[in-house]
Design a protein around this ligand. Structure first.
Ligand code: NAP
Length: 347
């Protein structure tokens, strides 16, 4: 049994972490922070936890030592806390972007700000278990992938690893939900502006481009991706439709084999390609609350055009589920502990 605390627990990612951790049989939740709601019951903000916990929020300065600390702050915040957090816990899992990128220049050019703890960039392991399980096992510090990056990386990884696609020709089209933006209100999240949108807010240059390229480049084989992000009418969930070209000689069988071989023992990856029913390709709606990443594809062999479709719950495999999976690996618990919820249907 370990004692864990969550910094930034009143947010959407922090709330989902809390939901998972409170039902995790190897974990006791010690403290949860919110500056705005300090002293108040967590159920004021997370009403789904009524009757499950009597925890109250505290301020970040009230945090005491614990076995593992989750950090779920907006991007650009955790680096300012890291010195203090490292004194409070030997294990830290950060869901934000501050320590995902290994290269300082890449971070500063994509995030447009100076990194105040750049000496720690190399000390964090990128949190996607399917790519970094062994490093996570021995890690003290984890930087979980961004949600759009996570689903894109998982959808493409076997194809890139096996050298099946043109690394200069990868176009990722993401359909985004409102919870991805966090719970701080802005003009674009205001109901009148957000409701019923199909709004492309980043035709090019989405920040997750950098981490996708980092994770899909191996040695001198560099991947270049182009990411488009469009907000749609969805509260949680994320779908990517990826357009790419297969290399000469590659067949549909090679693609199947790559996914099967690389993901055959992965508990949270499902290859979805049904010939019947209405859910024939991945669909975020039925992944709500789960830690699954569903992946499907369709190939036009004549034109060599390959479409890969990936879906996750942005707050599940895209954040909190990924973080709990990493915690399980770091602590030597069975990797699926606390993460086996299969989702709802209909929903
Ligand atoms: N939402 C998603 O789908 C998603 C997916 C993948 C990754 N992530 C990453 O996860 C992180 C959290 O995202 P989120 O959507 O959960 O954000 P959020 O809903 O805005 O929540 C942020 C939390 O951090 C606290 N906070 C904000 N500024 C703080 C500061 N300076 N010091 C201490 N606490 C502070 C907030 O509470 P108080 O202001 O009351 O203290 C709140 O509890 C982000 O870095 C994001 O990139 C999010």
């Amino acid at each position: 049994m370990i004692n864990v605390s969550v910094l930034g627990a009143s947010g959407y990612g922090g709330g989902e972490l809390l939901r998972l951790l409170l039902f995790h049989k190897k974990v006791k939740v010690q403290q949860v922070t919110s500056r705005s709601f300090a002293g108040k019951r967590v159920t004021v903000i997370h009403p789904n936890l009524r009757g499950v916990t009597d925890l109250h929020f505290c301020t970040p300065s009230e945090l005491t030592k614990c076995d593992l600390l989750f950090c779920a702050l907006p991007n650009g915040e955790s680096m300012h806390y890291m010195d203090k957090l490292m004194k409070l816990s030997h294990k830290i899992i950060d869901t934000g972007a501050d320590f995902r990128l290994k290269d300082l220049h890449t971070f500063e050019s994509w995030y447009g700000e100076k990194h105040v703890k750049s000496d720690l960039l190399g000390k964090f392991v990128y949190g996607i278990a399917e790519l970094h399980r062994t490093e996570i096992k021995n890690a003290k510090y984890i930087a979980c992938g961004g949600c759009e990056a996570t689903v894109s990386i998982l959808s493409l990884y076997p194809l890139v690893k096996k050298g099946l696609i043109d690394l200069n020709n990868i176009i990722i089209d993401g359909k985004m939900s409102s919870s991805q933006a966090g719970n701080k209100p802005t003009l674009s999240s205001h109901h009148a502006e957000r409701s019923r949108v199909v709004r492309t807010y980043a035709p090019l240059g989405h920040r997750h481009t950098a981490e996708i390229e980092q994770e899909l480049s191996f040695g001198n084989k560099k991947a270049f991706v182009s990411v488009t992000a469009t907000s749609i009418e969805m509260v949680r969930g994320l779908l990517v439709t990826i357009h790419t070209k297969i290399l000469d000689g590659v067949t549909e069988k090679n693609i199947w084999s790559a996914y099967r071989e690389i993901y055959k023992n992965e508990p949270f990856i499902r290859i979805v390609n049904e010939t019947e029913g209405i859910y024939r390709y991945p669909e975020p709606k039925i992944l709500e609350g789960t830690n699954y990443c569903d992946i499907g594809f369709a190939l036009d062999s004549k034109s060599k055009h390959l479409v890969v479709i990936g879906a996750i719950d942005n707050l599940g495999k895209g954040t909190a589920g990924q973080a709990v999976q990493a915690m399980n690996i770091m602590c030597g618990y069975p990797e699926t502990t606390g993460l086996t919820f299969p989702g709802l249907h209909p929903v």
